[in-house]
Design a protein around this ligand. Sequence first.
Ligand code: AMP
Length: 200
Amino acid sequence: MTQQPEPRPISVCVFCGSRPGESAQFAAAARDTGTRIALLGWQLVYGGGRAGLMGELADATLAAGGRVVGVIPQSLMQREQGHPGLSELHVVQTMHERKRLMAEHSDAFMALPGGIGTMEELFEVWTWRQLGYHDKPLGLLNIAGYYDKLLDFIEDSVAGRFLKREHSALLQVASDSATLLQRLGRLALGATAPDDYSST
Ligand code: AMP
């Protein structure tokens, strides 16, 4: 009998708010995402702070026995509360260094609810993908409809012919972390047709 090789652990980069947001559903989703990353045997890469949803996410991954890599600029150590309990904390000099290191350490990207920092980070990896700078999957966790209007605007952008449908479709969108992580995992491991997911 041939032994199936173990799938390689995935390193997923998660962008999320440095504030908790108005609804308790956001923190619950961050904890759920962190726990699932650990239970899948994946590694979390994130911004290295303890503030807001970032802290909820990292603490949940650690509590479930997962490995967490944080990358934080020295200048934000205080403001975003650099996390002392991570598997690895990289304290870097600039935001550009942070983004480069986070991207290099990751096989997939996802965003949870957050503010303009979160959106900037997601849009950057999305635009890099559009330009062919990488081929890693990316996703948006749309908790309690938080991103509905942003997604509507993306549709407007397609209708307005500033964004190709094939590029808007690069963003995986789901309202629960189990579904989104499963899609990102399959794509990161090289599965091709998004239609495959309907049977899972
Ligand atoms: P926010 O969503 O605004 O709470 O920010 C979430 C995270 O994004 C925080 O760790 C911020 O430091 C980070 N962030 C803010 N601005 C940027 C930026 N221009 N590039 C990358 N990360 C950023």
